[in-house]
Design a binder for this molecule. Structure first.
Ligand code: FPP
Length: 244
């Protein structure tokens, strides 16, 4: 067992972990391979991390698979990523279902192909009664777009006279986000060395502990996850208050 895995306090596990899975392209390029090879390897890491979360008792895992900005990548890479996602839903749902994983997709799925939407709908439907781990996959997701969507929905309610402007509060906005059923992430991990949020869960990460590693996503494993969780467990979370 790895050092950090051994050091973890099982009573203080984060409830919700969010991950920006960066570095697939660089991992592949370092090996003289096409970027998609890195993404394919990245899917293996997703499987590893899902299993690790189940084992460690983490209740929610939200991963950033495709952002609203990722459409700007070469068409071949976009198509390859979409294929990988569909393949993941089609091939892995049964196994995830047996392990008690509930799959949910967050983001604007209307813009995806019929094929992708059907795969997602099947995976969500099949796993909807599971409660061991919530696996939330962000696809065509952008934090700003999510907030714009929420504002429009609330504006319509105001227009219809159902909501008074003064009644708008944090909770009402949270209830209009894709993540309305989940508690906010406690810990956000970004691999690949960049230290930014990149439009990921910008509302929900307000009080999350952030942890960054140089490790490329394909090399991320249970010990690296344990290292992040260990760092989280040793932070002093005050939520704007004073030390207890
Ligand atoms: C960032 O690495 C990664 C992505 C944009 C895609 C992440 C997707 C996967 C890991 C595969 C699909 C996931 C699931 C849920 C099956 P990058 O390409 O920006 O890497 P770079 O910064 O090294 O170029």
């Amino acid at each position: 067992m790895g050092k950090y895995l051994e050091l973890l306090n099982r009573e203080k596990m984060p409830h919700h972990v969010a991950v920006i899975m960066d570095g697939n392209g660089r991992w592949a390029q370092k090996r003289g391979m096409p970027r998609l090879f890195g993404h394919r390897q990245g899917v293996e890491t997703v499987e590893r991390v899902v299993r690790a979360c189940v084992k460690l008792g983490i209740a929610q895992l939200t991963i950033y698979a495709f952002s609203t900005e990722n459409w700007k990548r070469p068409q071949e890479e976009v198509a390859g990523l979409m294929r990988l996602l569909v393949e993941y839903f089609d091939k892995k749902t049964d196994q995830l279902n047996e392990e008690g994983v509930r799959i949910q997709v967050i983001g604007d799925v209307e813009a995806l192909s019929d094929l992708a939407r059907q795969s997602i709908a099947r995976a969500e439907e099949k796993t909807k009664n599971n409660d061991r781990l919530g696996l939330n996959i962000a696809i065509n997701y952008g934090g700003r777009a999510e907030i714009v969507r929420a504002v429009k929905r609330i504006a319509r309610q105001v227009q219809d006279g159902v909501v008074a402007p003064d009644d708008i509060d944090d909770e009402m906005i949270s209830q209009q986000l894709y993540t309305k059923e989940f508690a906010d992430p406690d810990l956000m991990i970004r691999t690949g060395g960049e230290m930014r949020i990149s439009n990921f869960l910008i509302w929900q990460l307000s009080y999350a502990e952030l942890w960054f590693t140089e490790t490329y996503w394909p090399d991320f494993d249970i010990e690296t996850l344990a290292q992040a969780v260990y760092a989280y467990q040793n932070r002093d979370r005050r939520f704007g208050g004073l030390k207890s």
